[in-house]
Design a protein. Structure first.
Length: 94
């Protein structure tokens, strides 16, 4: 899935590159390095990556995460992603 999103972003660079945020030092991030990180690490995928994936797959994506509002990326079909985080302090068993 990560490779699909990264490849779609590369193929549609003009749609995504202007929205890549700066790094922690306020420096511009190289677009190709960003795409490489998307496809080869477990880095958090945000709205850009979800949009790329939904469009590439032609799917409607809903993301459910504990304590967060539902995030939807709309297309014709629906894919549901659930994200659960271990909440040991709350007594939940993971």
């Amino acid at each position: 899935m990560r490779a699909i999103a990264a490849n779609y972003m590369r193929e549609h660079r003009d749609d995504f590159a202007p929205f890549i945020e700066e790094d922690e030092q306020g420096q511009a991030v190289d677009f190709e390095e960003y795409c490489h990180e998307v496809e080869s690490t477990a880095a958090w995928g945000g709205q850009l990556e979800l949009g790329a994936l939904a469009t590439a797959l032609q799917k409607h994506i809903k993301v459910y995460a504990v304590g967060m509002p539902v995030v939807e990326v709309l297309t014709k079909n629906l894919v549901v992603v659930s994200r659960f985080r271990c909440l040991a302090l709350c007594g939940l068993i993971c």
